[in-house]
Design a protein around this ligand. Structure first.
Ligand code: SF4
Length: 325
């Protein structure tokens, strides 16, 4: 395997219209992804997961600014690319699936037009050839009767079909990296499992690297090779899935794992993480997790921990991790 994506010290801030309020949505995040590998990015709402994904593609809203870092994709820093080149990369070499398929599909165009569009734009195919490929792609994502479906509109599809169509569009130009942002949130549980299996099959068939953004650690366990845990804009722990699940180094990761419901474990109540995530525009001093941390020490309230290596390929931003090195 070779290195596909190398993100170093990425920081993205939201700045209010008057410039008086700065929110550090993504703060000094670093991680790497090999070809064909899957990274899960987990964390509560507002932890910076989606802003991180949008920063990789430079698809941020106007109030957001990438203020530091590098996003090296196949060796080139995407943050230094001209806008026109980024347009060629998006959809062609890096594709994204959003959580709400209706936000990705245009209600006024047929399914065939929408699946064929990136093939025409990025690969220069004619209308006829692109439609033939669109039918093949719909078959690949297990849409029945694709020759009929290409002429239909998004409102004629179920939620599960729409999400599979978005998947077909994402893989239409055979990208190297697929970013899936909470892609199963709008699906019911049985369809979720089917869709995850489908993504897994597509990944194997196309040797795709994948970034899977979710708040669901069960999905991470099923889909991912590595995991990055986000809290208040920072990656507080990262490493291979087995190590993080078996021996988490950060109290937040440990609390997330303990909050997963398990059949037959006899607990009357689920374990919850006390308190609320901090206001990202006004985080607490020191370690941002300290007001909720069961192992907080005086030092934690004063100084934020650096990223510490705690084992082979595992890092954590926690003073306790220094004892595990
Ligand atoms: Fe808890 Fe301190 Fe570690 Fe933060 S640095 S997670 S407060 S022990």
């Amino acid at each position: 395997m070779s290195l596909l994506l190398d993100v170093r010290g990425l920081s993205t801030h939201y700045v209010s219209a008057r410039g008086t309020r700065v929110t550090r949505a993504v703060d000094q995040v670093s991680f790497a992804l090999e070809e064909g590998e899957t990274l899960g990015i987990v964390g509560e709402s507002g932890s910076g997961k989606t802003t991180l994904a949008l920063s990789l593609l430079r698809l941020l809203p106007p109030a957001a600014r990438i203020v530091a870092g590098e996003v090296r994709f196949e060796g080139d820093d995407l943050l230094r690319k001209p806008a026109a080149e980024m347009r060629r990369i998006r959809g062609k070499r890096i594709a994204m699936i959003l959580q709400d398929p209706m936000a990705s599909l245009n209600p006024l165009f047929t399914i065939g037009d929408q699946v064929a569009e990136p093939i025409r734009i990025h690969e220069g195919a004619g209308r006829r050839g692109a439609w033939v490929r669109a039918r093949e792609l719909l078959r690949a994502v297990r849409i029945s009767a694709p020759e009929l479906r290409v002429r239909e509109y998004p409102h004629q599809m179920s939620g599960g079909m729409r999400q599979r169509i978005v998947g077909a569009i994402a893989i239409s130009c055979e990208p190297r990296l697929l970013i899936a942002d909470e892609p199963t949130t709008s699906l019911d549980v049985t369809i979720q499992a089917q869709y995850l299996n489908l993504l897994r099959d597509l990944q194997r068939a196309h040797h795709l690297a994948m970034i899977f953004i979710t708040h669901n650690l069960g999905i991470v366990a099923k889909m991912c090779d590595r995991v990055a845990v986000m809290y208040a804009g920072r990656m507080v722990e990262g490493g291979p899935i087995r190590k993080i699940f078996n021996a988490p180094a950060h109290p937040y990761t440990k609390a997330l794992l303990e909050s997963i419901p398990r059949l037959g474990d006899g607990r009357a109540r689920l374990t919850a993480i006390d308190g609320q995530p901090p206001d990202p525009a006004n985080p607490p001093a020191g370690c941002a997790f300290h007001p909720r941390c069961p192992r907080v020490m005086d030092h934690c309230r004063q100084e934020a921990p650096p990223e510490l290596v705690v084992g082979e390929s595992q890092t954590a931003r926690c003073w306790l991790a220094a004892d595990r090195r």
